[in-house]
Design a protein around this ligand. Structure first.
Ligand code: GLP
Length: 264
């Protein structure tokens, strides 16, 4: 794991957007794994700016989103397909037919999940996967105790997650308790992973993910196994790390080394 600690969420989001832009420069037909929630929105704003001002080109790229609520149509304002259209796809030059979000309305969600896996494989796998983290350590909708080698499937959300996400739903509105999500095994197959976490409400999950034991109880701890996972934090999200000074020093030394080798 590479731990990058930025002063605030704006700097952290710029770093993430630049990493995605570099990926597209290196490989214009990259397969991007995308995430929803409040965390990636600033990164998407930065990507839109980079597209408009610096012509970062998405025309050959394709995307796969991590998850979708079961029972919400793509035009439901709380569906993740709707979120992606509003926050990113409508503002960049990605071909919408190359964007994929699990089908929350499919009458056979088990088949829909298997098809999603096949589609990812048919695209040659995910080059760069963007992630947020839930307060209980979930990634995608892989709640605590999710299998560390799980694949895309339909999952029951925990009360803590439905409660955290209830802020987006009206009082009387139907709020799904099931979701289709890439599995932890699916996520770990991405060639590069970029996880963002901001704010003190994420600090406990962040500490367990980085410094705790590898455990299904903290699904994000599975990233300890990944050879190229970058964890990008603001100061608040990093505040409970016991080894924060060491992580800062490692990153500084790494940057200096890259610079001396002309690699940064
Ligand atoms: C949801 C999503 C996750 C996201 C998490 C955190 O449950 N399925 O992908 O990481 O919420 O959301 P937020 O970024 O709003 O804190």
């Amino acid at each position: 794991m590479r731990i990058v600690i930025k002063e605030n969420r704006y700097e952290a989001s710029s770093f993430a957007a630049e990493t995605i832009a570099m990926q597209l420069q290196k490989k214009p037909n990259s397969v991007l794994g995308l995430a929803t929630g409040s965390t990636p929105t600033l990164c998407y704003e930065q990507l839109i700016r980079l597209h408009k001002e610096h012509y970062v080109d998405f025309s050959a790229a394709s995307s796969f989103n991590l998850d979708e609520y079961h029972g919400l149509s793509p035009d439901h304002p709380q569906s993740y397909r709707y979120f992606m259209q509003q926050k990113l796809f409508d503002h960049i030059n990605i071909d919408i037919s190359n964007t994929h979000v699990p089908d929350g309305l499919n009458e056979n969600p088990i088949q829909a999940c298997a098809d999603y896996e096949n589609e990812i494989n048919a695209h040659g796998g995910i080059d760069l996967q963007l992630l947020g983290i839930g307060r209980n350590g979930h990634i995608g909708f892989n709640e605590p105790t999710s299998g560390l080698q799980s694949r895309t499937r339909i999952k029951t959300l925990t009360q803590s997650t439905t409660h955290a996400n209830s802020r987006f739903f009206g009082d009387e509105e139907f709020q799904p308790e099931l979701a289709l999500t890439m599995g932890i095994g699916t996520i770990l197959e991405a060639k590069k992973i970029l996880l963002l976490a901001f704010g003190k409400e994420k600090s406990a999950a962040v500490q367990t993910m980085i410094e705790g034991a590898l455990s299904a109880y903290c699904p994000a701890s599975a990233l300890q196994l990944h050879p190229d996972a970058i964890i990008v934090l603001d100061r608040e999200a990093a505040s409970r790390l016991e080894h924060i000074e060491f992580f800062i020093e490692v990153e500084e030394k790494q940057q200096a080394l890259m610079k001396s080798l002309n690699l940064s």
